[in-house]
Design a protein around this ligand. Structure first.
Ligand code: G6P
Length: 610
């Protein structure tokens, strides 16, 4: 997501900071900025757009000069990606500057409080509250004011902070967002959110852990707990090359993004679950509870993987919020003559927020008077801007063309919305709490599923040469079957079909012989007993079966060729856990076939044409 670089030393910081930002470009961003201490005061230059735009701004004879500075590339979360919202952010006096990664969950409350104390805000970001909190807490020393400020902050942060009031100091603080210190030449120190930013200057780094901060001067650095207790940290020598680091040490972005899912799911849910009330709090759903209650029908639309998430959302909304929900490919919806009115809610789902068909479908729905809610990953994208209200995924940039982490976050976002609507309608607090508890367990359970990677790689080895695959599922896991098949065809070019398991007997069963691998998604849900009979049908015809089952269920052992056990959860969330092994299976098959996993032939990450 966003990137942070900080420098203190004896050279001009600007070129070093810009160089560091460039090394973080691969992470995706939408605006960039630097703040430098020049002749005793802070100078900030920032702009929407790419680092080249920032360089242009700096190149126009306007480059500040100074040997202490911080810089940032922003990937918007709170407020659109414009120049005002770009980091660094300053306090009212312009003497304290902050670059931040993460999300301050109680930013709204803090902002109101600070405004009532007379603070004036220049941006819509959550970050800016930190600068004003430090201003408010100022007592002569930057590190003390930061400590006092952070005591009030809830949420996740990686922070680089400087002040002209304490000119020889940089402060770094971390909770939930990665941050490290780079040890440069004599008297030079760096802050970075990612080692790639400092690698050209140093290979010696100190990784901060959650709840830690560091104070950097030209004489050295000290590390502390946020409460002020001093901690000793090990200096590490980085051995990776730059390319490996960009992918977090993974061979491909897709694998990195699969493995990130425990974290991205946490980010999608952060600050949004209300355990006691058994519901969700969604800041972007800005319509009133009464208006939400007036919704009588839901249409969900999207393309590709987003449409699969939509199918799951449709099932959830119908079962748990008791609302009629239809799910339609955006490319089909836009050319129908759909019946919608002001009591219809159209949900447009899109990772990129730029998919042409989805955008056209939502525009058509709006023209006819429906309200449109966007479920989007890229903040400030067209679909996000044109929706009446929405939910951001906060999954971070997805670079692999085949969508992975965005899908699981979309499903969770839909679960959150279902919870919210359901609790306004018919779900009891106890049912709500059960869903909240299951959501909370999900990231750890995904982590457990990722532990199956080695055994899934072996399954991939067995079937990597198969020309066809079938994926079968029922109920909530019919969309899982579609998604599993789509992943395989996208990146391995193997023909694969996802089917509702019972439909097999109406045709596709003719395809089954000993050369046909069949992936069956059969967790212990309310259709489990039904799907076991479909497994028998495949077995009887010699098909090779890979079954995703709930751990501890050995009933299918012996009947199927491979078991992939996933942890137990509530039915609507089984697709999240079941999809992860299917992503890994597709990934390993594609790698073994020598395919370009991150950029498969003929596909684009964002399809902005019809
Ligand atoms: C393209 C991508 C898919 C994606 C689909 C929808 O086809 O290759 O991975 O699912 O577009 O994209 P969106 O950004 O709207 O989710």
């Amino acid at each position: 997501m966003c990137g942070i670089v900080g420098y203190i030393g004896d050279r001009n910081s600007v070129p070093l900071l810009v160089e560091g930002l460039k090394r973080l470009e691969y992470r995706g961003y939408d605006s960039a900025g630097v703040t430098v201490l020049e002749d005793g005061h802070l100078e900030t230059r920032k702009t929407a757009g790419k680092i080249t735009a920032l360089e242009k701004l700096l190149g126009n004879g306007e480059a500040p000069h100074g040997s202490v500075g911080i810089a940032h590339t922003r990937w918007a979360t709170h407020g659109p990606p414009n120049t005002q919202n770009a980091h660094p952010h300053t306090d009212c006096t312009g003497e304290i500057a902050v670059a931040h990664n993460g999300i301050i969950e109680n930013a709204g409350v803090l902002r109101t409080k600070l405004e009532s104390l007379g603070h004036r805000f220049a941006s819509e970001t959550d970050t800016e509250v930190v600068a004003h909190l430090i201003e408010e807490a100022w007592d002569g020393k930057l590190e003390d004011a930061v400590r006092a400020a952070l005591r009030q902050v809830e949420g996740a942060f990686g922070l680089a902070i400087m002040s002209s009031r304490d000119p020889g100091t940089l402060v770094a603080a971390r909770k939930g967002s990665p941050l490290l210190i780079g040890i440069g030449r004599d008297g030079e120190y760096y802050i970075a959110s990612d080692v790639a930013a400092v690698l050209a200057q140093t290979r010696q780094v100190v990784y901060l852990d959650d709840g830690e901060m560091a104070v950097l001067t030209r004489d050295g650095y000290e590390t502390f707990k946020l409460d002020g207790r001093s901690v000793d940290k090990e200096v590490r020598e980085i051995e990776w090359d730059l390319e490996a680091i960009e992918k977090g040490g993974f061979e491909h972005f897709m694998l990195k993004e699969i493995v990130e899912q425990p974290e991205t799911l946490r980010n999608t849910m952060r600050g949004r679950l209300l355990d006691e009330e058994g519901t969700a709090k969604l800041g972007g759903v800005t319509i009133s509870p009464a208006e939400l209650k007036s919704i009588q029908r839901i249409i969900i639309t999207g393309c590709g993987t987003s449409w699969h998430a939509g199918l799951l959302g449709g099932y959830m909304l119908e079962e748990l919020a008791r609302l009629p929900a239809e799910v339609e490919y955006a490319s089909e919806f836009r050319y129908r003559n759909p019946v919608v009115d002001e009591n219809t809610l159209v949900i447009a789902i899109s990772q990129s927020g730029e998919t042409a068909d989805t955008l056209a479908a939502m525009r058509e729905a709006r023209r006819r008077g429906a309200r449109v809610m966007g479920i989007v990953n890229v903040v400030g994208s067209t679909i996000a801007r044109e929706s009446d209200f929405g939910i951001y995924l906060h999954a971070g940039p997805e670079i692999g063309v085949a969508s992975t982490k965005a899908f699981t976050s979309q499903v969770v976002a839909l679960a959150l919305f279902t919870l919210l609507l359901g609790r306004l309608r018919n779900l009891s607090v106890l049912q709500g709490r059960e869903i909240v508890a299951a959501l909370r367990r999900l990231p750890e359970q995904v982590e457990q599923v990722l532990g199956l990677n080695d055994s899934i790689r072996e399954i991939a080895r067995t079937y990597k040469s198969a020309p066809n695959f079938l994926y079968l599922g029922r109920g909530y896991n019919f969309p899982t079957a579609l998604e599993g098949a789509l992943k395989l065809k996208e990146i391995s070019y193997i023909h694969a079909e996802g089917l509702p398991a019972a439909e097999m007997k109406h045709g596709p069963i003719a395809l089954i012989d000993e050369n046909m691998p069949v992936v069956v998604i059969a967790p212990n849900d309310n259709v489990y007993s039904k799907i076991t009979s479909n497994v028998q049908e495949v077995k009887a015809r010699g098909g090779r079966i890979i079954a995703v089952v709930t751990e501890g269920n050995l009933e299918l052992d012996g009947m199927v060729d491979h078991l992939i056990p996933i942890p137990a959860t509530i039915d609507p969330l089984t697709p999240v856990l079941a999809t992860v092994p299917l992503q890994l299976l597709a990934y390993h098959v594609a790698v073994m076939r020598g395919c370009n996993v991150d950029m498969p032939r003929n596909l684009a990450k964002s399809v902005t044409v019809e």
